[in-house]
Design a protein around this ligand. Structure first.
Ligand SMILES: Cc1cc2nc3c(=O)[nH]c(=O)nc-3n(C[C@H](O)[C@H](O)[C@H](O)COP(=O)(O)OP(=O)(O)OC[C@H]3O[C@@H](n4cnc5c(N)ncnc54)[C@H](O)[C@@H]3O)c2cc1C
Length: 471
């Protein structure tokens, strides 16, 4: 159904909603629908920039009445299926409240919050949320897809910290779900990366007592990459759960947004975050990193005791919108073959590679502890491998896709039977990965929840939970 034929309904929706209701010809439409990742364009038939929960309820009911799919966007860091003219896109950025309960060490967040204000508010009380490498990523999309951050080995994934979700499901029904209230819905939402079952308008998460950490990067010359990798494998294996670390090869692009000493140069990085108790705190982290300093003096060394509020400095992710692509998988082990595939993705082949970095994060620890209340299942992979690239032209897009698939082909035997990781993939790859992300029993239970809460498949722009078997 074309949205242009239902304008009377649009007027009524405009009257009902506090936030803006936007059609493609409205001047603010393009800016409002633009997400962080400029590689994707959302072109919904209609967009609702929700500023209240009622706006979301009205939007969902409108979409159902007019046979439109409902899709959700907060920051646009992790687009699944881009919205088209058969879609009503709910923009959640206006739902941005943050309330910290110091007593229970929990935060209640609006469904459109990013981690930035949560981190800031929690740190005032010596508390921290389980955010990822970039605080400007959305809290809900990140958490429901897993949420692997710099405190993960000690405190687990963000999905393990979710306590309750308030969700607008099909029919515009508002449901508060938790492990004890409509637990099947909670279970299904926590692990399926959002938007396939409803719009989360509020989320309550546990905070952890983290104030100061020992964190940063050691920069070594790319010529030393092989030796740094070998050493990193042994070093990280022997480190306690307080340390979440990564080995990274980055070709910093020759762009002005990159600080001068890094611009246009390639380094290998040993990065991470040590979150200890007060007794065995930053000084133990320093001792672990000192082993590197004693081995070989790095070109640059940013590891230091810092307040966790500065966590963004660990990964130095770009904040401003970019045309980017990422791809990530769990690995069961690291070996030279993984290293060679990472190195070749970033630096091999003569001309500059569109792959900006290849990073392998150390998993295990609290990540591997099962939480039966959530459907998130990827617990066994001891390592994560992520590739990120910039798309600057159609040729670079093709070359990026080629290098991504070549890397996965080369590390295939280390992927074993591990499920995929939804947060580090986008678009059609996310749909493909979703088909392997759940075992047969989990996939069957997800379909049952989908049939119960969204039998008409209103939320059909998320990963497919109904229809043909996922597993
Ligand atoms: C720079 C950068 C750094 C990153 N770092 C990490 C990291 O360290 N660890 C990690 O695990 N991941 C990381 N990611 C991946 C990130 O977690 C995913 O891209 C995530 O999906 C982003 O969520 P979002 O809400 O910001 O993005 P969006 O594109 O707005 O949303 C992503 C998905 O979540 C759904 N969604 C969002 N909000 C809601 C809601 N309120 N209700 C229902 N569905 C919703 C959307 O519909 C969409 O399907 C990073 C991504 C980038 C670009």
């Amino acid at each position: 159904m074309s949205i242009q034929t239902s304008l009377p309904g649009v007027d009524a929706l405009r009257t009902a909603c506090t936030g803006a209701v936007l059609l493609p010809h409205d001047p603010p439409y393009s800016g409002a629908c633009a997400g962080w990742n400029l590689a994707w364009t959302q072109r919904p038939g209609i967009a609702v920039a929700a500023s209240t929960v009622d706006d979301v309820v009205h939007a969902v009911r409108f979409a159902e009445t007019h046979g439109l799919a409902v899709s959700v966007q907060n920051t646009g860091h992790g687009v699944t299926i881009p919205a088209d003219d058969e879609t009503l896109l709910i923009l959640t950025r206006g739902l941005d409240g943050v309330a910290i309960d110091v007593e229970s060490q929990q935060a209640t967040l609006g469904g459109g919050t990013t981690w930035t204000p949560v981190l800031e508010a929690a740190q005032r009380y010596g508390l921290a949320p389980l955010l990822g490498s970039a605080p400007h990523v959305g809290t809900v999309g990140f958490s429901l897809g897993g949420g692997f951050g710099w405190l993960a080995r000690k405190y687990g994934l963000a999905v393990d910290a979710v306590r309750s979700l308030t969700v607008v499901v099909a029919g515009g029904r508002l449901v508060t779900t938790s492990p004890s209230a409509e637990p099947d819905l909670f279970w299904a939402l926590c692990g399926t990366a959002g938007s396939g079952l409803g719009v989360v308008v509020e989320m309550t998460v546990d905070l952890v007592p983290v104030d100061m950490v020992y964190a940063g990067n050691l920069f070594y010359p790319v010529e030393d990459a092989e030796q740094v990798f070998d050493r990193y494998v042994d070093w990280s294996e022997g480190c306690p759960e307080e340390l979440t670390s990564a080995f990274n090869i980055t070709a910093f692009p020759p762009l002005e947004i990159v600080p001068e000493p890094l611009r246009g140069k390639t380094f290998v990085l040993v990065r991470g975050c040590f979150a200890g108790t007060e007794e065995a705190g930053p000084s133990e982290g320093r001792r672990l990193v000192d082993r590197w300093r004693a081995w070989r003096r790095p070109l640059m060394d940013t590891w230091a005791s810092i307040p966790f509020s500065r966590a963004a400095e660990i990964s130095m992710d770009p904040v401003d919108p970019l045309p980017a692509a990422s791809s990530g998988r769990w690995l069961d082990r690291l070996d030279r073959g993984v290293f060679e595939a990472m190195r070749d993705a970033v630096v091999a082949g003569g001309a500059a590679s569109p792959v900006l970095f290849a990073e392998t994060r150390h998993a295990g620890g609290a990540i591997s502890r099962r939480r039966p209340e959530v459907s998130f299942a990827a617990r066994e992979g001891g390592r994560m491998l992520e590739l990120v690239g910039l798309i600057t032209s159609p040729e670079s897009d093709t070359e990026l896709a080629r290098r991504f698939s070549e890397t996965w082909r080369r590390v295939d035997s280390r992927l074993a039977a591990l499920p995929g990781y939804l947060n580090f993939v986008e678009g059609h790859e996310k749909i493909q990965i979703a088909r392997q992300a759940f075992d047969a029993g989990t996939a069957k239970r997800l379909r049952a929840v989908k049939d119960r809460y969204d039998p008409q498949d209103v939320f059909r722009r998320g990963i497919p939970l109904g229809g043909p078997p996922l597993a």
